[in-house]
Design a protein around this ligand. Sequence first.
Ligand code: PHE
Length: 345
Amino acid sequence: MDDVLERLEQLRKEAEEALAQASTREESEAWYSRYLGRKGAITQVMRTLGKLPPELRPVVGRTANQLKAQLESLLKERQEAIAQAEIEAALSAEGVDVTLPGRPQSVGKLHPTTAILREIYRIFGQMGFQVYDAPEVETDEYNFELLNIPEGHPARDMWDTFYTTTPGLILRTHTSPGQIHAMREYAPEPIRVILPGKCYRHEDVTARSEMMFYQVEGLAVGERITFSDLKGVLVSFAEQMFGEGRRLRFRKSYFPFTEPSVEVDVDCVLCGGKGCRVCKYTGWLEILGAGMVNPVVLKNGGYDPARYTGFAFGMGPERIAMLKYGIDDIRYFYTNDVRFLERVG
Ligand code: PHE
């Protein structure tokens, strides 16, 4: 009997030492079959139980079972330690440092044109102007005729037009046709609207002009509207948009749909008035055209010109953004270079 117990004690030592050496899952499995598996050393000893004298069987049996249970729990611990070590090895091999900060998500941003349009809506909104949406694809009638520019009128040369294959259907060259849509919807009520949107001109693309650009048209019609109202609104707009102290210049001009007409310039912030390619070396940048609504246009819109007057203006929001943010080339707006889009606005 001593022999068997001694053998078990010897197996315990041997198995414990061997297990401590196992450093992979495979080694730990090999260890299991060597000691506890069907042909394992401890199983072999247990198989000999039947050959022992009956009075010894309980002691030897109990000792062998305890040893088996003990080794099984040691194996479990060992395998857990191996698994943990494998994870750590994999992590350090792949070079993942979980303490590093994550990659920042890039956050979207309003397009500079959208940002400036919203600023324009806010400023005119405070002065009681509503936003009115008018079509980009227009008829020749709305874009020209109803605005007092009949066919063959030399003023048509002011706008190089994109025609469609449908006769009479064009891409609007300015937002002014929206004036007629708004007047016809509201006449004879007084109106105060701004009409933002895209316009198209078949022009050479340069630092100051694109083929597609935005305009914001403004229109006020009522019973006692004067040129001073127009001036007050535009000066107040410029002060809010650019801050006080910027210089505004009203220049007499001509548009068939306004009488009298002006063009309004702001001193060029890009060169500080010294002259650069954006301001065509004049020190001034034109931001809008304006005037008192021509009686013919009032009539076409459904208002009696003997009773009603109005003013209108049309501004270029990209030009305004250029002045506000110091951008020296309008082509940046629609080239979609994210370095520009991320920084401006
Ligand atoms: N529609 C004119 C243009 O595109 C601008 C304008 C609008 C002028 C309203 C006067 C009144 O050049």
